[in-house]
Design a protein around this ligand. Structure first.
Ligand code: NAG
Ligand code: NAG
Ligand code: NAG
Ligand code: NAG
Ligand code: NAG
Ligand code: NAG
Ligand code: NAG
Ligand code: NAG
Ligand code: NAG
Length: 331
């Protein structure tokens, strides 16, 4: 964005991503897919108040972006394409990433810092004495892999939809906020924020659907590009995919003269939000597992059924059966 929002608007507009509690939940989902080794190594990088939890730490970047100290990182939460959905959608990293960075470059930069931090932990060279460079890198990576999956974080029209007025549930708001929060809350059928301490039932339901391959697009396809060595390429592919939703749904179905909670728009958006959130979580876990040197083999370590139904062990079936009970309650 080339302009500043008034401070009051910044607080409510969520210009920086999924609502903070949704970011926490994406982190908690990712934790479910981390290997034991990855969990152990990564927990050493975080400040004590997070108790080693990626989920608890995953929302930090929003608050930090709004401090004087962290102002430079504000624009790292998105990439503004120069297209005009729904007429045209395209994203070009070298053209669209502003001077000072964007979500793609920030993922690449922070991933490379995180990699050296992990190496330091593994060689015993890491001084756990408040190395903020490393803590920030992990918190940013955990946050930005969430942001980049939000369609309006890879779209320049109306500044990511922040200036696109809509009505939702009789409230005047903007399209960006609808995707950041209103739709996730509707999908989960909650009227209050999700926990910032533990995974909420709706998100455990998504974890269970990932494990059971119950999305219309198989989870193994989501992680086709998840090599941290190819960070710019992979992050660009994720952003491009998010950007294409702005043509395929976000702007093609929106009608500014009706209430989006009532005309079918919000309900049609639920599967997209569920898919994008699930992709973000699985990609984050795969990314972090690979950085720890586990080759991202989450199937072997955590019993994820990656795209092949029926390949579950007895132990996994127990986990799945349990998740299913939770899912039924929730969805
Ligand atoms: C972590 O990985 C190392 C080496 O790959 C292995 O020896 C160790 O048992 C693993 N630890 C855990 C907790 O999985
Ligand atoms: C901190 O994490 C440990 C290990 O995962 C857990 O047993 C403990 O309950 C957590 N403490 C708090 C306060 O969440
Ligand atoms: C992206 O933009 C660069 C710089 O303007 C240009 O050279 C390149 O051809 C573009 N790539 C695509 C795929 O359009
Ligand atoms: C990435 O790192 C380079 C060099 O370290 C720096 O110039 C650039 O501003 C950084 N960008 C982001 C988005 O972090
Ligand atoms: C933090 O750890 C990284 C990786 O070991 C290191 O490169 C960096 O210098 C450390 N920073 C501080 C302030 O100790
Ligand atoms: C919006 O307001 C109208 C009239 O007050 C009411 O009938 C309707 O149920 C409200 N819609 C929502 C989604 O709250
Ligand atoms: C949504 O939640 C409300 C209140 O908790 C409940 O009465 C309703 O049945 C739920 N709707 C669905 C579709 O689950
Ligand atoms: C977590 O949620 C509680 C209760 O909603 C809130 O008081 C607290 O400030 C939140 N913590 C963080 C770090 O956002
Ligand atoms: C938007 O909704 C209004 C009111 O229902 C309707 O008249 C109009 O045709 C709709 N616009 C589009 C593009 O569907």
């Amino acid at each position: 964005m080339k302009f500043l929002l008034p401070a009051s608007l910044l607080l409510v507009s969520s210009a920086t991503g999924w609502n903070t509690d949704v970011h926490n939940q994406i982190g908690f989902m990712a934790e479910e897919f981390l290997t034991a080794n990855a969990t152990a190594v990564l927990s050493q990088l975080l400040e004590p108040q997070y108790n080693g939890s990626i989920g608890r730490a995953a929302a930090w970047a929003d608050g930090f972006a709004h401090t004087d100290e962290g102002r430079y990182s504000y624009q790292w939460h998105w990439i503004d394409s120069h297209d005009y959905p729904p007429k045209s959608c395209h994203l070009n990293y070298s053209q669209d990433c502003s001077t000072g960075g964007c979500v793609v470059s920030a993922i690449a930069n922070q991933t490379s810092i995180l990699k050296s931090c992990i190496k330091a932990v593994q060689t015993g060279a890491f001084s756990p004495d408040r190395n903020l460079t490393c803590s920030y890198a992990l918190k940013w990576v955990s946050h930005f892999l969430g942001d980049i999956a939000q369609p309006l974080h890879a779209s320049g029209r109306a500044a990511g939809g922040n200036f696109f007025k809509v009505k939702f549930g009789n409230e005047s708001t903007e399209l960006h906020a609808v995707w950041d929060g209103y739709i996730p809350y509707l999908a989960a059928n909650v009227s209050h924020p999700f926990s910032n301490q533990t995974i909420a039932p709706f998100f455990s339901g998504l974890v269970s659907r990932i494990r059971k391959d119950l999305f219309y697009e198989a989870p193994y396809m989501w992680t086709a590009c998840t090599d941290p060595e190819d960070a710019v390429k992979c992050a660009t592919s994720w952003a491009t995919e998010s950007n294409s939703w702005t043509c395929n749904y976000v702007y093609s179905r929106v009608n500014q003269s009706v209430d989006l909670a009532e005309d079918g728009y919000a309900f049609g958006a639920i599967p997209i939000v569920e898919l994008q959130i699930s992709k973000a979580a699985l990609r984050l876990a795969t990314w972090l597992n690979k950085l720890v040197g586990e080759e991202g083999n989450i199937e072997q370590n955590e019993g994820v059924v990656v795209g092949q139904q029926g390949r579950v062990s007895g132990a996994q079936q127990t986990i799945l059966a349990h998740s299913e009970e939770e899912t039924v309650d929730e969805l």
